[in-house]
Write a new protein. Structure first.
Length: 305
């Protein structure tokens, strides 16, 4: 039998895991490594990328920064989450606001030290990144359009940390980033539709709150159609190997997504749309290997010397 103190400790660990959305962290780290191997540094051997200590530090610093971002976001959204996510909110509140802030500052201090091991430029990048996440959580997320754009930009910035590290500014990289940015931007507006009750109660002036649900759906429709542009470049102009299968399927899924969007009028419907987009983003991470799947079998050292 576990003691009461042990049970409380376990519950608090689970609570903190929920606050930092620990289930997202491994996916983000995997996405960064796969992006480095197949997109950002295609001329390097896969093994050399995996064993690159500086890259490991950048990935670790990125994931820790994102985790701290979830903490500060949870800190500011605690009242709103009581309305939008009551069950998760009850779990998250097992850890006090004071403890969350202590963990937040400790993690950010560790990130600064880790980044300094790579270079002072890396430390500057992550310092700015940490500040932007805080400013978004504290102020920008309450405003329409700019809050959505900032959240989407913050989601793709960790990949630019690796891009700056390798200094390989291939145009296809920006096409990949544009597609990801659009998916995340669409998801952010869907989240606003999903959380509209809590946003209204806490004076969050999101797109649905300020302009109405119909206008938000029109913006989402426009952005969804706009994804055709980066997909066209990736499939028709740049070489993405077998990953073009993913992009074709994504376009088909997005067509059905739009059909469901205009039929949606409740929180459960928007949650389903949010899940569809999340599946598209996560599956896109794993589908990166389709760019050059032979690397998994033979290794790039045999394909490119």
């Amino acid at each position: 039998m576990l003691s009461r103190k042990t049970k409380i400790t376990i519950l608090k660990i689970i609570s903190m895991f929920s606050v930092v959305r620990g289930y997202n962290i491994p996916v983000i780290a995997l996405a960064q490594y796969l992006s480095a191997i197949f997109i950002l540094a295609p001329e390097k051997r896969a093994l050399s990328v995996l064993l690159d200590f500086n890259l490991f530090i950048i990935v670790l610093a990125s994931t820790l920064t994102i985790a701290s971002g979830y903490i500060i976001n949870n800190f500011y959204d605690s009242k709103k989450d009581l309305i939008n996510r009551p069950n998760k909110s009850q779990l998250d509140r097992l850890v006090s606001q004071k403890t969350k802030l202590q963990v937040y500052f400790t993690v950010n201090f560790i990130v600064a030290l880790l980044a300094f091991l790579v270079s002072y430029r890396a430390m500057l990048f992550f310092s700015v990144y940490i500040f932007l996440i805080w400013y978004y959580s504290h102020r920008l997320k309450k405003y329409p359009i700019i809050g959505n754009l900032t959240a989407s930009l913050l989601a793709v910035l960790p990949f630019f940390a690796i891009l700056l590290y390798y200094k390989n500014f291939y145009p296809q990289i920006f096409a990949h980033a544009s597609f990801l940015f659009l998916l995340i931007l669409i998801r952010e507006i869907i989240k606003d539709l999903e959380n509209i009750k809590g946003d209204i109660a806490n004076d969050y002036r999101t797109i649905p709150v300020k302009y109405g649900e119909t206008f938000a759906k029109k913006i989402i429709t426009f952005l969804t159609i706009f994804t055709i542009i980066p997909v066209y470049f990736l499939v028709e102009i740049y070489d993405v190997g077998y990953m073009d299968i993913y992009f074709y399927i994504s376009l088909i899924v997005l067509v059905f997504f739009l059909l469901l969007l205009w039929k949606s009028n409740s929180k459960i419907h928007y949650l389903q749309l949010h899940t569809i987009l999340k599946i598209l983003v996560v599956s896109g991470v794993f589908c990166i290997v389709l760019i050059e799947p032979e690397v998994l079998i033979h290794g790039r050292s045999l394909l490119k010397i």
